[in-house]
Design a binder for this molecule. Structure first.
Ligand code: C2E
Ligand code: CA
Ligand code: CA
Ligand code: CA
Length: 281
């Protein structure tokens, strides 16, 4: 028995060690990937619930590892956040977004706003904003075309409410639009909507998949949509995969829909075909 426990213990320590080694290797490869620019931006369409027209996009990072193939951002983004690499990743994506918007403008297509994820790390160090401003100027992109997505969880990670509100105001002063991402994934309070000067709320995917069948969930979604409309806040539902979800959300007054039902995140060229009917490369 003792030896069984011991071997169990050893296996655990082994697997923790392996995990740490994997993470260290991944981190090392990620640094290389950043230098070699192996990270790519994909765009997922946000579609108007009323008429199905493309009304925006979210920029999502993709890493194509030379041997391991595609690695999910859900795996490497948290790792980047622990190591400060996230700032470089986000700058890279931000720059690609600006490059796209500038190209679209030159091509004369009707622009759609693109949203970019802002990591919690940036909250502690708003210095990143001067970098963003510099990139905007380089590509001559008006900030109004860019929406910054701030995850709801920053509200519960020790940030002072006042601080978050000031931060959003700073973003507005620059000209960015601001959305509250993953709304409903934690214990969000509806008063967040009243007290934070956000332009848009994104109803979290978990919210929709796990509890959509229940009447009570539907009622809560309807209430959130109603409240947002009355407060003049745009609504986006994410992770929408099914027809019945689309029709319910449309009925509930949700403005935009983002999810596999309409489209997965796409490489830029494919997004352009989807949104503008042609590739602009
Ligand atoms: P998020 O910001 O909540 O992004 C939405 C995620 O939902 C994306 O996952 C997207 O591919 C996925 N998704 C969209 N529609 C559907 C659907 O209908 N069904 C399902 N099952 N999934 C759907 P992805 O691209 O794997 O990204 C995961 C998370 O990684 C993102 O969650 C975001 O928090 C983070 N992330 C991705 N790119 C970046 C980035 O450039 N910078 C930062 N800081 N974080 C990023
Ligand atoms: Ca997001
Ligand atoms: Ca989200
Ligand atoms: Ca999420």
């Amino acid at each position: 028995r003792k030896s069984a426990e011991k071997s169990y213990h050893n296996t655990c320590t082994e697997s923790i060690k392996n995990r740490q080694r994997d993470m260290t290797t991944m981190l090392y490869q990620l640094e290389g990937a950043l230098e070699r620019r192996e990270l790519e931006m994909y765009l997922q369409p946000k579609v108007c619930a009323e008429n199905g027209a493309v009304a925006g996009a979210e920029a999502l990072v993709r890493w194509k590892h030379p041997e391991k193939g595609f690695i999910s951002p859900a795996t490497f983004i948290p790792l980047c956040e622990e190591n400060g690499l996230i700032c470089q990743v986000d700058l890279l994506i931000f720059e690609q977004v600006c490059r796209c918007l500038s190209r679209w403008r030159e091509a004369g297509v009707e622009l759609v706003p693109v949203s970019v994820n802002v990591s919690r790390q940036h909250f502690r160090d708003p210095e990143f904003l001067s970098e963003y401003k510099r990139i905007l100027e380089t590509w001559k992109v008006p900030p109004e075309w860019i929406e910054l997505e701030i995850t709801e969880s920053i509200m519960f990670s020790g940030s002072e409410f006042q601080y978050v509100r000031d931060f959003i105001q700073t973003l507005h002063k620059i000209g960015f639009t601001c959305s509250l991402d993953d709304f409903g994934s934690g214990y969000s309070s509806l008063s967040l909507l009243k007290d934070l000067p956000i332009d848009c709320l994104k109803l979290d995917r978990q919210f929709i998949i796990s509890r959509f069948e229940e009447q009570s969930t539907r009622t809560v979604i309807e209430m959130i949509m109603d409240l947002a409309r009355k407060l003049g806040i745009m609504t986006v539902a994410e992770g929408v995969e099914l027809e019945e979800q689309v029709s319910f959300l449309r009925e509930a007054g949700c403005d935009l829909i983002q999810g596999f039902y309409f489209s997965r995140p796409l490489p830029v060229e494919e997004f352009e075909r989807y949104a503008f009917g042609r590739s602009l490369g």
